[in-house]
Design a protein around this ligand. Sequence first.
Ligand code: FMN
Length: 441
Amino acid sequence: MSRKQMHLATILSNGLGLPYAWLEPQVDPADYANIHALVRYAKAAERGKLDFIFLGDFLAQSQRSEAHAPGQTLEPTVVATAIALATDRIGIVNTVSTTFEKPYNIARVLKTLDVVSGGRMGWNAITTSAPHAAANFGRAIDDRETRYAQADEVIQIVQALWGSWQEDAWIADKNARRFTDLSKIAPVNLRGTYASSRGPLEIPPSKQGQPVMAHAGASPHSHALAGRYADILISEVFTIDEARHQRESLRRAATAAGRNPDDIKFFAGVIPTIAATPAEALARRGRLVEPDIIQQVHYLGRLIGLPLGPDDLDTPLSAAQLSAARANPGDPRSFRALEVAREGWTVREVLHHAVIDFHPAPIGPPEVVADHMQEWFEAGAADGFWVTPDIYADGMDAFVDGVVPLLQQRGQFRTEYEGETLRDNLGIDHQYGLRQPHSKP
Ligand SMILES: Cc1cc2nc3c(=O)[nH]c(=O)nc-3n(C[C@H](O)[C@H](O)[C@H](O)COP(=O)(O)O)c2cc1C
């Protein structure tokens, strides 16, 4: 039996990278609106045999200052179509909100993309929690209970619509003059509190039947929803212990929903910075942190329980400060921040280690990144990793050509795709229509 290997995904956001990546000399700011750049990075990820590209979707303004580039420009279904036509094996997981999109539209668009891509699509079903996104739809954001109850209904209706054209409904028999067997294409007639649809959807199965289900989030509601429906969960975790804890909570949610917990893959995020030497890598990441350094020094103070300000930036913490420092248990990043501070770096350099970022940040030559991933994987902290390149222009190639070969040599990652569909490559069972048993919307 072959040894278990990790899965790998990457996010394609705005074509530039982290918010200040566009300021770097190798970056063309015009890539912010250049679909060819996104396609180029998707092809690089496929060269690295990554499982899938993740396309997020934030339905509101994300720019914080004039120097800060917004996180996303182009609408994801358009991007997914371009990527699907330019690649052959890599999966594409699109984010679509269960709060602001109707299930019939979601089912139609994603099944179309699944057919067009040859069975390589996934749906990241998220509820959207930002009030300014709700405002773009003339609404206020609902409480979490309501958003997740609506998500549950919407997912069930979408999956029922996907199954409403049965797998053997398409006959195309010219002699019998029967294009389909109409008894196998039936309305779903689902009516819930938040969403309803009649159906059917006139789209045949894709090469993998229907899209794979993903969810991104870390709240208990998030895990309960993912436990019922997701094949992939993408989380936000900063330590191995926290990741193991969340992965176990997700696995318990799957068991409670009557599923095999091995059927959900838990992805931990990572934002690597890769360069030939540790010093070059730290300088590169430092340039991406520097525009926010004043805000970050105050925040670092809160993380480690010290009153820090701009005057502290260029000296290391004193012995007295270090003995008074306490990691703030309310933010799991504080443990790593304190660990780096104890290594004797100046406060500015501590921040250059990206201790205040959305995911852990291994910084250094490719070995440092591969070691981080191998350690987490072997500790049972993740089934896979969701990689955000720091600067797309050279960060995607640095990962694919530097880190992936190391993981392959170590037997941690595939050297060839297992199959043609996203389901094949993730090792996810066939599903068509709603998974049984399920509650009626
Ligand atoms: C890795 C990751 C990726 C996410 N991507 C998106 C996204 O593309 N669009 C979005 O609106 N929310 C995204 N979210 C936010 C979550 O879906 C969720 O709304 C947030 O974690 C708050 O959820 P809660 O209401 O369960 O607390 C993402 C979360 C994580 C952890």
